[in-house]
Design a protein around this ligand. Structure first.
Ligand SMILES: [Zn+2]
Length: 390
């Protein structure tokens, strides 16, 4: 196998305190990385770097682990420009706009859905995302949900069954019948393609009892839970997520003290999605409160055509720092190691020997520039599974 050394990395985020300066980011100055195949083989000072087949001189640029975007909705068709435009002209956001995308997705061909997915994956990769999770949830029939997951599974291992996104119009008068479908025939058809089961636990979507039934049925089929929780209002989602040992409770915008205490005492990561608050002009989640309570926080895009149509993790980092009171270091950690924790992965989100060779170089001397220079395309080089893709 070919080895590649990347030398003269001015400042490297490893997320391994022991490798670097003992901070959570494990910062290393004048660093080098050796990649062997799809793995990191060596990390240390450039002066000590072992010989490799190829060498890339980073010229003092900063290096970071590839972003782990642990929450996206990329199997969809159609466009919701008008809805966004109307919202930015004063109309409020509700969960119902999802139905527009459901109609367009059902009408699309498999080829069109896959082309759309790969378009946004390439877009995300250019911006440094080397791992992404993505969900179904715009099909909401047995065939359309299974189709979405089958397409997603060809592009990532982190596939989430979200048949319980909303109750589709065809079941408007029979929500119990829809929950029976989601926990029965639809689950049977979808489970072979998915690792995770998710539910939008929210007023206008699914209540606590329905969410419990859906997540429990998914667990019985070998899927692991994650929950859209407490986005638009207070509710049972976060505590249900902790109780069922969900890998992540996502959004966490409206939290009681009991919710924060539950997250702090359990293994469930709080995934914050500030693109959604940005795009709906909603109240920001209180990241500071969660971090100060000792909760593990991940940062992700929620990329979807309705409420957060950004694939840019750097943009979310900038929002988290300015508007959610995270420090730049915390935001970078949450978008890399935090995302990995939200997917219960230890092989990604860090630059340590044995980890997957997923990393990015920035056209900047420090990772802090991701927040300091918002909106600037700083990601200059990307390696994914050891392959240079940018
Ligand atoms: Zn979402």
């Amino acid at each position: 196998m070919t080895t590649t050394a990347i030398t003269n990395i001015g400042s490297l985020v490893t997320n391994d305190p022991a490798l670097g300066d003992e901070s959570p980011l494990g910062l290393l100055r004048d660093a080098a990385i050796v990649i062997d195949g799809d793995r990191i083989a060596w990390v240390g000072p450039t002066a000590n770097a072992p010989a490799a087949d190829d060498t890339v001189d980073a010229g003092g640029r900063a290096g970071i682990p590839g972003f782990v975007d642990s929450h996206s909705h990329l199997v969809f068709a159609g466009d919701r420009t008008q809805e966004f435009n109307a919202r930015m002209s004063g109309r409020a956001y509700s969960a119902g706009g999802i139905r527009t995308t459901v109609a367009a997705t059902r009408a699309a061909t498999e080829e069109a859905l896959e082309a759309n997915l790969t378009h946004y994956l390439r877009e995300a990769l250019r911006q440094g995302t080397t791992t992404f999770e993505t969900k179904s949830g715009y099909g909401l029939t047995v065939e359309d949900e299974a189709r979405a997951l089958r397409i997603a599974a060809q592009h990532t291992d982190e596939v989430t069954y979200l048949g319980a996104h909303i109750v589709p119009p065809d079941y408007a008068d029979d929500p119990a019948g829809y929950v029976a479908l989601v926990t029965g025939e639809m689950l049977d058809a979808c489970a072979p393609y998915a690792r995770w089961v998710d539910v939008f636990c929210e007023k206008g979507a699914f209540d606590g009892d329905q969410a419990r039934a859906i997540l429990t049925a998914g667990k019985a089929k070998g899927l692991h839970p994650r929950v859209h929780a407490n986005q638009l209002s207070y509710g049972p989602g976060v505590q249900l997520a902790v109780e069922l040992d969900a890998a992540s409770a996502d959004h966490c915008t409206h939290l009681t003290q009991q919710d924060v205490d539950a997250l702090a005492s359990g293994a469930t990561v709080a995934t914050l999605l500030p693109g959604a608050e940005f795009s709906t002009r909603a109240e920001w989640p209180d990241a500071r409160r969660l971090l100060d309570a000792g909760v593990t926080v991940a940062l992700s895009t929620d990329c979807n055509p309705g409420s957060s149509f950004t694939s840019s993790v750097p943009f979310c980092i900038a929002l988290a720092v300015r508007d959610m009171k995270m420090t730049p270091d915390e935001a970078i950690w949450s978008a890399t190691a935090g995302g990995a924790a939200a997917l219960r992965r230890t092989d990604i989100g860090r630059i340590t020997p044995g980890a997957r060779a997923d990393l990015a170089l920035l056209d900047a001397p420090s990772h802090v520039h991701l927040a300091y220079r918002p909106g600037v395309p700083l990601v200059s080089d990307v390696w994914r599974q050891g392959k240079r893709c940018r």
